[in-house]
Design a protein around this ligand. Structure first.
Ligand code: PLP
Length: 350
């Protein structure tokens, strides 16, 4: 009755181990839904991997990882002088590395917690959060030197489009030029080759790559997502069905399968045939698109099937044209999902 993520444990663990061994200083990112696995599970896995630091997205995520991983906890969302950042358990606060992205927040953080550890985030071409080179130079260097809180510089780079190296070089030159007393840089989204190049040309820097997707989801062959077939009903052309009493465009079967909006199924626009031209071609072929059936992420015997109507909260209705094999109630069928946007009913690791 479930939407299930099944993990080939040996394969997954050996992939994780391989990435960690090849990536010195790696900081596993365990934010959000824990990339489909759950943040708590990834925290435990990080403990097993033996890393010294993990990263969460927000302060509210700290409790679910803090009891499962006993190293440092980098918070990626910048500290602000309001909200849950001000309310940390003292035992957790000691392990937290804050991200400071505005000069004014540095003073406020230190007033709030003089022992606070932090990284200074620089604005990249992402333009999300961070200080400019000018802001960095305006910081009180004496105060930074006098305390032990500064753990490095943080850079959040866009997903790979050409090379990041030019931008990273510019930013590291800003760091060196500013006189800020650190030689540690926390980065995202650099390729292995870019990391190797940086380690060579900035040999005096310690590089801490933050990685989520490439680590947890880097070997898709270790992962399988399935739904359960819950029911199957034969329909004739013209039979009404569903919440909106649509009629079947031709004979076949309605298949009711587990997984719906509550799991994150079907919320994204269906891909593949969305362009007008493709749609016209489908219409010309007399495809099911003619009655507005959209592609679903479910597939049976390797063929992607269409939704008979939009997904319900916890189940979806598919239309199987006559001639297609009708799976048995209880069978499992494959589902293609975005792991970071899916809530699984169960995750099995064997
Ligand atoms: C999410 C995130 C990462 C990890 O991104 P992936 O693409 O999952 O590897 C790294 N740094 C920051 C600041 C992030 O928000």
């Amino acid at each position: 009755m479930t939407l299930t993520l099944s993990v080939d444990g040996d394969r997954w663990r050996s992939h994780l181990r391989g990435v960690v061994d090849r990536t010195p200083g790696i900081v596993p990112v365990v934010k959000g839904n824990g990339y489909g696995f759950g943040a708590g599970r990834l925290a435990r896995k990080s403990q097993w991997l033996g890393v010294d630091t993990i990263a969460v997205g927000t302060y509210v995520e700290l409790p679910q990882v803090a009891t499962r991983f006993d190293g440092d906890l980098l918070v990626l969302t910048p500290w602000r002088p309001f909200g849950p950042a001000l309310d940390l358990e003292p035992a957790v606060a000691k392990r937290v590395v804050h991200t400071v992205s505005r000069a004014e927040d540095l003073a406020a953080l230190r007033a709030h917690d003089p022992q606070a550890r932090f990284v200074l985030e620089l604005l990249t071409s992402m333009q999300r959060h961070g200080m400019t080179g000018r802001e960095l130079r305006s910081l009180d260097l004496d105060a930074l030197r006098a305390s032990a809180g500064l753990d490095g510089i943080a850079l959040h780079l866009p997903l790979e489009q050409g090379s990041h190296l030019g931008e990273v070089r510019r930013l590291l030159n800003d760091v060196v030029g500013s006189g800020v007393p650190t030689r540690t840089v926390w980065v995202s989204h650099l390729t292995a080759t870019e990391l190797a190049t940086l380690r060579t040309s900035y040999a005096d820097f310690t590089i801490r790559p933050r990685t989520g997707t490439g680590l947890w989801l880097g070997d898709r062959s270790a992962l399988r997502v399935t739904a359960t077939v819950l029911d199957a009903h034969p329909v004739e052309r013209g039979d009404a069905f569903g919440y909106r009493s649509r009629t079947a465009p031709k004979s076949g079967h309605l298949l009711i399968v587990s997984g719906g909006t509550a799991h994150g199924i079907g919320l994204e626009a269906p891909t593949g045939e969305s362009s007008l031209k493709a749609r016209a071609a489908t219409l010309a072929r007399g495809g099911l698109d003619a009655v507005g059936f959209v592609r679903s992420p479910y597939s049976i015997d390797g063929k992607q099937r269409r939704f008979a109507e939009p997904p319900h909260m916890q189940a979806s209705m598919l239309f199987l044209p006559s001639g297609a094999r009708v799976p048995q109630v209880g069978d499992r069928i494959d589902v293609r999902v975005r792991y970071t946007a899916t809530t699984f009913d169960e995750v099995t690791i064997d």
